[in-house]
Design a protein around this ligand. Sequence first.
Ligand SMILES: CC(C)(COP(=O)(O)OP(=O)(O)OC[C@H]1O[C@@H](n2cnc3c(N)ncnc32)[C@H](O)[C@@H]1OP(=O)(O)O)[C@@H](O)C(=O)NCCC(=O)NCCS
Length: 176
Amino acid sequence: MTADPRIRLRDVTLADADLLDTWGQDEAARSAFNDFGEAPNPAPREVLRSGPLRNEHNGVLIVERMSDAAPIGTVGWHVVRYGPNPGSDAWNIGIELRPEARGRGFGTEAQRQLTDWLFANTTVNRVEAQTDVENVAEQRSLAKAGFTREGIARGSQFRAGGYHDLVTYSRLRDDR
Ligand SMILES: CC(C)(COP(=O)(O)OP(=O)(O)OC[C@H]1O[C@@H](n2cnc3c(N)ncnc32)[C@H](O)[C@@H]1OP(=O)(O)O)[C@@H](O)C(=O)NCCC(=O)NCCS
């Protein structure tokens, strides 16, 4: 039996723009595994004025704790192509929780919910995630969210002055 959800994923709204910018500029809170040396772009207010932050190529959702409706992080996804035809498109997902929200299982729930939502609302066969081989929490979280470990992409990510090995995980539509 699945436990009651403790988080939900919701669209980003214009009212979240200042908060996202504050998080983006908070260098101390940025995970070393998501730190590429500069703050992310400001929240795109012109897009948010007309709708949520998602389209056919990528998207971002807020992770909200249900007990107090507090935003505790974001999940995002973008398309990756394994061939020239739309049937070979897959989603690559990512996550960043605020430091105080880590280590409580919320990341596992968020990545499971996001993957379920992507399979329910799009036609892809594959959702994947990549993380640094040293990011044990994310690897454990992905495994608990039903992802299968596939292999290492050596020296694939340049971050903090050096190249890092990434490990790829995936969930397929028919995986249980
Ligand atoms: C990675 C992240 C999404 C995981 O979510 P989370 O809610 O913190 O993790 P969970 O509580 O669901 O599970 C973490 C698991 O990893 C384990 N873990 C956590 N830190 C660990 C560490 N340093 N070494 C070994 N295991 C660790 C926990 O014990 C837990 O396993 P368990 O349930 O068997 O005890 C979250 O910590 C986060 O946002 N981190 C910063 C951003 C980041 O690294 N994103 C991914 C970049 S690709």
